[in-house]
Design a protein around this ligand. Sequence first.
Ligand SMILES: CC(C)(COP(=O)([O-])OP(=O)([O-])OC[C@H]1O[C@@H](n2cnc3c(N)ncnc32)[C@H](O)[C@@H]1OP(=O)([O-])[O-])[C@@H](O)C(=O)NCCC(=O)NCCSC(=O)C[C@@](C)(O)CC(=O)[O-]
Length: 303
Amino acid sequence: MKLPSLVKLVDVGPRDGLQNEKQPVAAAVKIELVHRLQAAGLKEIEVTSYVSPKWVPQMADNHEVMSGMQRQSDVRYSVLTPNLKGFESALLDKPDEIVVFGAASEAFSQKNINCSIAESIERFAPVVEAAKAAGIAVRGAMSCTVGCPYEGDIAPERVAYLAGLMKGIGVQRVDVADTIGVGTPRRVQAAIEATLKHYSLDDVSGHFHDTYGQALSNTLAALELGVWNFQSSVAGLGGCPYAKGATGNVATEDVVYLLHGLGIETGIDLDALVDAGSYISEQLGRPSGSRVARALLAKRATS
Ligand SMILES: CC(C)(COP(=O)([O-])OP(=O)([O-])OC[C@H]1O[C@@H](n2cnc3c(N)ncnc32)[C@H](O)[C@@H]1OP(=O)([O-])[O-])[C@@H](O)C(=O)NCCC(=O)NCCSC(=O)C[C@@](C)(O)CC(=O)[O-]
């Protein structure tokens, strides 16, 4: 089994990680989190989303966060934009990449963005076109590629269908998301293989939630297929407000530990990443969701 020698991680903690947080999180805390992630060596950070503040109040400070960050020229900052209104607001804050987000499940599409899959693609098309005209990269998140909280199992054919629609409107790369963390390795591989009917390996990333404790196994299964882009969330923060019961993303610390253990380069300093995770966990008043972070912090305390 030949695994990739290099993996790129997008830390989605500031966006996916915090979007569902019930307590207020100050923009200054989100900005500090971004700073700590980039100091730890993350080269891609999903910062915020330009969605309705009625739907996702925690992201209402998108402009404050984006304009308050000290950017590094070698870091790509991405933001979610579900429609032209969101894109036009985002444009003022100069993201490097925008993310349109669709679903392989009709019911999830309705719950999450209030439209069908077909309607979502109609909404995304002008966003993709406008982003490209402005020189901004475009990623597509594909939710519920394995299971849906409303419809249950999702067949790979539906993932292939969505990937084809994304490709058709010019989305440059896509995330295969196991939104509710129900996937197991073979099922996740089937979702990725379905996506590979339309996208090359370099343009497919894995986005795994850890609800059933399968996210690291699923990461390894994706690596076995040659996938070398992944999303994860520092301290295992996160979850989608429209996927009740789903826990956070796989923790970036846990993925980095796995990858480094496999001899795969990430460019990330695990100790600094653990510090970033401790920072946000303290701000939220709860322990980190990363088992690696908890183990390393316990080791630090005794040495
Ligand atoms: C998509 C909409 C906006 C449609 O919402 P809608 O109600 O159908 O939109 P509308 O066009 O009918 O407009 C209704 C109101 O929303 C406003 N509006 C309309 N668009 C925007 C916008 N962009 N920004 C701010 N405001 C907006 C619009 O101006 C209007 O305001 P009003 O006149 O009532 O005062 C809504 O459903 C929404 O905001 N949904 C949020 C969904 C979301 O953020 N979910 C979490 C992210 S996805 C995720 O976490 C999964 C992922 C990516 O991580 C991968 C995975 O794990 O699966």
